[in-house]
Design a protein around this ligand. Structure first.
Ligand SMILES: [Zn+2]
Ligand SMILES: [Zn+2]
Length: 265
């Protein structure tokens, strides 16, 4: 009895995460074309028609582009809160009533053998959430697209076995880069995206050093570099007294390909 996690792709050009247990297969977000998601799934030997549900974090197109196509093609239910449904309907178009599933943010729901808590995050969307997924004694936290992590999120994600945590940008690269000022301001705001420094600080705070897996997520193509994200977060964790090489497993996700499939048991 195990739970598997794989980031099929993560970043501003598309997001899709895959979670599997013995009885359940879900996607968190589907921000690519239907065809691309099928390809990403087949790269880890999963057939698209075996997916049981898609859980959506927020309406931005890098999280929702393929949600509607996928639901119609494979008759898959979509789970989101009501404001996200309002925001994403123009993108995902008509969905069968039986596949329109509405949950309440900050209330856990059961889905097959999973318990899933959609937790409120801080981002410029209508009602964005991260997901905390419980399977038996195992806990996975998926927190991206948030400009701020408050104490409630810190408390809820503590004791996860796997953290899929946004590490979007290097502050200096963003400040000195080519983005227009309004976009820089948006990304740096508390309703934008988490910097490498912020990710390092938060992870240093919540990790306990018992072999947890950390996968850094939603890295910016223009305002970050994989090594820079890795090293900055590593320094942040080290400064809290944990040995990154011994106490935890720090990994990166990719913008255009799947990570390994992490198996937790
Ligand atoms: Zn995004
Ligand atoms: Zn977003």
């Amino acid at each position: 009895m195990s739970i598997k996690f794989c980031s099929l792709s993560s970043g501003s050009s598309g997001n899709c995460q895959y979670i599997e247990t013995d009885n359940t297969r879900i996607l968190i977000d589907a921000g690519f074309s239907g065809k691309k998601i099928e390809e990403l799934l087949s790269s880890i030997d999963v057939k698209a028609n075996t997916i049981d549900a898609i859980f959506v974090t927020h309406e931005h197109v890098d999280h929702t582009l393929g949600v509607g196509v996928f639901s119609r093609r494979y008759d898959i239910p979509i789970y989101a809160n009501s404001n996200t449904w309002v925001g994403m309907t123009p993108i995902i178009k008509n969905i069968k009533e039986k596949n329109t599933k509405i949950f309440k943010t900050n209330y856990a729901l059961d889905f097959n053998d999973l318990s899933i808590l959609p937790i409120s995050v801080s981002h410029d969307a209508l009602d964005p959430v991260g997901y905390i997924i419980y399977y038996k004694k195992i806990k996975i936290s998926v927190i991206t697209d948030t400009g701020w992590i408050n104490d409630n999120i810190r408390n809820e994600i503590k004791n996860s076995n796997l953290y899929f945590m946004e590490s979007n940008h290097d502050i200096k690269m963003l400040r000195e880069g080519s983005y227009p000022w309004h976009l820089k301001k948006r990304i740096m705001s508390t309703r934008g995206h988490l910097s490498n420094d912020a990710a390092g600080e938060i992870l240093g705070d919540v990790l306990s050093g018992n072999g947890e897996i950390v996968v850094l997520a939603h890295l910016s193509q223009d305002n970050n570099l994989p090594e820079l994200a890795y090293n900055t977060v590593r320094d942040g964790i080290l400064s809290q007294g944990l040995d990154v090489d011994k106490d935890i497993r720090l990994n990166l996700s990719h913008r255009d390909k799947a990570t390994c499939v992490y198996i937790l048991e």
